[in-house]
Write a protein that binds this ligand. Structure first.
Ligand SMILES: C[S@@+](CC[C@H](N)C(=O)[O-])C[C@H]1O[C@@H](n2cnc3c(N)ncnc32)[C@H](O)[C@@H]1O
Length: 370
């Protein structure tokens, strides 16, 4: 069963799904926030937070614990042996969920702090502003060979790389603190009366990161608590299949329409091109085969900086020898950062500048190297 929104109780509906059938699970369960009374903004207006019946359906901690163990047990059954599970929660629930995951034998890969750029203020000023949520990334056991698009994750890292460095081609490992805004503006679903549809709609950017780095095109992404169907919408956008369960028919209806409107994107991120390693070939063999010439200049922004050696290194004007990655790092950053030289250098062919990456691709294709 694929690309469907199932409207029903998750514990009952999950039981109908086959063992080891999903590649990635994202779960955003009721947090059981135990909100009481009406929260007031500083100006005296009511704050429209999460006091929904679905979040307050539990009678005790034991009741919530039983529910948590029940849905996580089903998730473990549904997950393929090398699949990944992500659960998001706030302080009210994430510790119990973490405990349950470990009791059920899951193996933790990371916990991620979603640091909110625009958190709800603590209106009364009586405690710290609660500005983050926690996600746990876990797999079925220690030996699971889970999918991880490492380089794609680097492309999505705008947390620790400045905008100008990113534009300059600097990439850094994606860390476990993600600075993202809460869902707002156009993205926020409204009902027919123009009111906020769902109090806990997650930002698409959050799901985009998880699905892009942790799955491949065609994989099945499962969400046992679909809500406004953020998971399904982003899965479809990234060319993955989806399956979501949600008990509230109103959310299901609006979620169906949301997902139907999504056009899959065919981007490098969706395809994880950055993680498709080209076959390893050396400059030497390409020089020998006539694709590059010993001594020919390598250009950056149409300026020759290096001259190719027979060993595939670059000689600078001062006669020192360097490699193409350090050399471009020096030109662009001059702080010891190495950049991927294949992304920057060009040579001249038939009076035009051609990226060396294209010549390498042609060599690989011509020689049928796999
Ligand atoms: C935190 S919200 C999920 C929000 C979602 N991630 C989004 O971006 O819109 C949890 C959802 O779980 C649903 N839910 C709670 N208990 C459920 C159950 N037993 N079966 C199915 N859905 C349930 C609620 O109706 C609610 O929409």
């Amino acid at each position: 069963m694929r690309n469907q929104i199932i409207c029903g109780d998750t514990l009952e509906e999950m039981k109908k799904l086959p063992d080891e059938s999903v590649d990635l699970i994202f779960a955003d369960p009721p947090y059981w926030m135990r909100v009481e009374g009406v929260l007031k903004r500083v100006n005296g207006n009511d704050y429209d937070g999460c006091d929904d019946a679905w979040d307050n359906q539990f009678t005790s901690l034991e009741d919530y614990e039983k529910f948590t163990f029940a849905w996580l047990t089903e998730c473990k059954r549904l997950l393929k042996k090398d699949g990944s599970l992500w659960v998001i929660g706030g302080m009210q629930c994430i510790y119990l969920i973490g405990y349950a995951l470990q009791k059920l034998g899951f193996w933790f890969i990371n916990d991620v702090v979603w640091s909110k750029r625009n958190p709800t203020p603590n209106f009364k000023g009586t405690r710290l502003n609660n500005a983050h949520e926690t996600l746990i990334w876990a797999v079925k056991n220690k030996t699971a060979r889970f999918h991880f698009n490492y380089k794609t994750a680097k492309e999505l890292n705008t947390d620790t790389v400045s905008f100008s460095d990113f534009s300059d081609g600097v990439r850094k490992q994606l860390g476990s603190v993600w600075r993202l805004s809460v869902c707002q503006g156009e993205e926020r679903l409204k009902d027919d009366s123009g009111n906020k549809l769902h109090s806990a709609q997650k930002p698409e950017e959050l799901l985009y990161r998880i699905i892009a780095i942790n799955s491949q095109i065609g994989d099945l992404v499962f969400d046992p608590f679909g809500g406004s169907m953020t998971t399904a919408a982003v899965a479809k956008r990234l060319g993955r299949d989806y399956l979501c369960i949600e008990m509230n028919p109103v959310y299901c209806k609006y979620g169906q329409a949301r997902v139907a409107a999504v056009q899959p994107e065919n981007t490098k991120i969706a395809r994880a091109d950055f993680d498709q390693k080209p076959p390893r070939v050396t400059f030497n063999e390409m020089i020998e085969a006539g694709y590059f010439r010993e001594g020919e200049p390598l250009y950056y922004h149409h300026t020759p900086y290096l001259y190719l050696t027979a060993e595939g290194k670059g000689i600078k004007a001062d006669g020192s020898v360097t490699d193409i990655h350090s050399a471009i790092g020096k030109i662009k950053k001059n702080d010891g950062t190495r950049l991927n030289g294949w992304d920057f250098w060009e040579v001249v062919r038939n009076d035009s500048f051609v990226p060396i990456k294209e010549i390498r691709a042609k060599y690989i294709k011509d020689k049928k190297i796999v």
